[in-house]
Design a protein around this ligand. Structure first.
Ligand code: IPE
Ligand code: IPE
Ligand code: MG
Length: 239
């Protein structure tokens, strides 16, 4: 593959339907989904992807039944504990985007621990979107900028794309090159709106728990065939 995406973002969807198809509780789907996460992280790192961003829990997912939310949070903590060595061995740096304040102290402590211990790693940056919503993120950025304008820290004429970018949770991320969504749904569900401006979109019917190494490689091969024009003509790109 000659064109690799620098930043791959994934909306990991379909855990519930996977479980339902098998006549099992939704949570079994989430557990199997966590295993798929491990494989995808490994393959992405192997393929020299620099940034992998995973949508793990949206602001709107709080509206699910309390029991499901609480099991998802427990699964997050146990996965962080389980995958810790794996992240270290693979030189992966863990980061998050989203408002962590709404997460319980146990979840936050485990996250901070792994973030701290992996922050000097120089390999792939793995970002988990937790209690994340892109509209919320942009709204917070606008509020912070408005506050700086009010206090004469920046002048309104100076506000440009980079000002907005610098005030996002995801300011450390480059633009998304490839956005994958599993489970056959073809929507963005409030994920990374700012960063997907020119992302190539890839939708697959595979449910997240079934998403494997082969599926990710297929998405990367598909990305390789795309012509990204960024507003230019095709002729300009080949000259
Ligand atoms: C994705 O799978 C996991 C989370 C959103 C946490 P879902 O739980 O949304 O699975 P479906 O969409 O109900 O099948
Ligand atoms: C998006 O999936 C959020 C995550 C994958 C964490 P949802 O399943 O919550 O999205 P909708 O509700 O189908 O749009
Ligand atoms: Mg879903």
């Amino acid at each position: 593959m000659n064109k690799l995406p620098e930043h791959v973002a994934i909306i990991m969807d379909g855990n519930g339907r996977w479980a339902k198809q098998k006549g099992k509780q939704r949570f079994i789907g989430h557990k199997k989904g966590a295993k798929a996460v491990r494989e995808v992280i490994e393959v992405a790192a192997e393929q020299q992807i620099k940034f992998l961003t995973l949508f793990a829990f949206s602001c709107d997912n709080w509206n699910r039944p309390e029991e499901e939310v609480s099991l998802l949070m427990k699964l997050l903590v146990s996965s962080l504990k389980k995958e810790f060595n794996h992240l270290i061995e693979n030189n992966i740096q863990l980061k998050t985007i989203g408002d962590l304040n709404k997460l319980s102290l146990t979840v936050r402590e485990e996250l901070y621990h792994v973030i701290e211990k992996t922050k000097k790693n120089t390999g792939m940056v793995l970002t988990l979107a937790l209690n994340y919503g892109a509209q919320e993120e942009i709204t917070n950025a606008v509020k912070a900028i408005a506050d700086k304008v009010k206090n004469n820290i920046i002048s309104p004429e100076k506000v440009d794309q980079s000002t907005i970018n610098e005030h996002l949770y995801s300011r450390f991320l480059p633009p998304v090159d490839l956005l994958i969504r599993t489970s056959g749904e073809e929507r963005i569900s409030n994920f990374l709106l700012w960063h997907i401006a020119y992302a190539e979109l890839y939708f697959t019917k595979t449910l997240w728990p079934d998403f494997s190494k082969e599926n990710l490689l297929e998405a990367l091969i598909n990305f390789n065939k795309r012509e990204r024009r960024f507003g230019k003509t095709s002729e300009q790109l080949t000259n």
